[in-house]
Ligand binder design. Structure first.
Ligand SMILES: O=C(O)CCC(=O)C(=O)O
Ligand SMILES: [Fe+2]
Length: 314
């Protein structure tokens, strides 16, 4: 059973640190249900479009972090075959003169919305991004104290960060080109934390003590998942959860999910925190920047545009 963190009464440090050690916990979602329903409806309309129309919604130079990414591209580090999923990413724009835009152009593009194909999608997804980000900022504020940092420590790291939403359409398994593919091979996210509100079907599983546990998100809740950034900052006290998305044998139909990744500003140096209780433990991770960790992982999961054959590039 997953632990729950109540944002209004978060509980003692032992509870919060146990949730971080699990790497996966539940939080009552503050994002309006109606907004999620609307976004699921519009994204469903988008993913049902013909392949050529979706292919035209790719954003060159974004490494697929903006707009559409076709199926069978992202390949988890442990994946023998690419994931059987297609993606749509969006975030929020920074002002044109912001130095982060100049320094990390691939990560700070204007968001792309296919309003010409799905009218109203841009407004709804922008609102959803804002509300999910507010939710996640509330979560990291609660996590700060048990990790011995100021309540604004993580929020500053995320201010102007390339926080990005991802919608994933997992097509029915019987349409997969070979039997080698699964929806999403086991992996760890490479952000600070990720929010996963309900999806349209079962399939998300988390590795707990060597066993795969099906994650059933109760009504009105979101699962929050620790990513590699928080794992590295805490020397492994908060554990980046290992998770995957698989169809049960005989599960029919596809699956649509919406998640949001909290990526810190890429120039953040991931200096290990002095977490109480971890004194004397050998430093686990060499220090690098959030931007370098991101880029390294994108390469490892086959997500850089330059890794795709020229014909397959947008
Ligand atoms: O679709 C889901 O529920 C989870 C997706 C996921 O783990 C990811 O995109 O990193
Ligand atoms: Fe994930």
């Amino acid at each position: 059973m997953l632990r729950e963190i109540d944002l209004r009464a978060p509980g003692d440090h032992a509870h919060l640190r146990a949730a971080l050690r699990d790497g996966f916990f539940l939080v009552r979602n503050t994002v309006p249900d109606g907004l999620l329903d609307e976004a699921y409806g519009l994204l469903g309309d988008f993913f049902r479009l013909p392949a050529e129309q979706k292919a035209a919604c790719q954003v060159p130079g974004s490494n697929g972090q903006s707009g559409y990414l076709p199926p069978l591209v992202e390949t988890a580090e442990k994946g023998a075959a690419p994931d059987w999923k297609e993606l749509f990413h969006w975030g929020a724009a920074l002002p044109a003169a912001h130095p982060l835009r100049e320094r990390y152009p691939a990560r700070y593009r204007e968001p792309y919305f296919p309003d010409h194909l799905v009218p109203g999608i841009g407004k709804a997804l922008t609102e959803l991004h804002t509300r999910m980000r507010e939710f996640q900022l509330d979560v990291v504020r609660v996590l700060a104290e048990p990790l011995g940092v100021h309540p604004d420590y993580f929020t500053e790291m995320l201010e102007d960060g390339p926080v990005v939403n991802r919608a994933t359409w997992y097509p029915p398994m019987d349409l997969a080109p070979t039997g080698q593919h699964v929806w999403a091979v086991e992996h760890q996210d490479f952000d600070l934390i990720t929010a996963l509100p309900r999806a349209t079907a079962a399939g998300l599983e988390v590795l707990v003590d060597g066993e795969w546990l099906a994650v059933d998100v109760p009504e009105g809740h979101a699962v929050v998942n620790v990513g590699m950034v928080l794992d590295r900052l805490t020397g492994g006290l908060a554990r980046a959860a290992v998770h995957r998305v698989v169809a049960a044998p005989g599960q029919r139909g596809g699956r649509l999910s919406i998640v949001q990744f909290c990526h810190p500003t890429p120039w953040t140096v991931l200096t290990p925190l002095a977490v109480a209780g971890a004194e004397g433990r050998p430093q686990r991770y060499p220090t690098l920047t959030a931007g370098d960790l991101f880029q390294r992982t994108m390469y490892r999961i086959n997500r850089l545009d330059t890794q795709r054959a020229p014909a397959a590039r947008p």
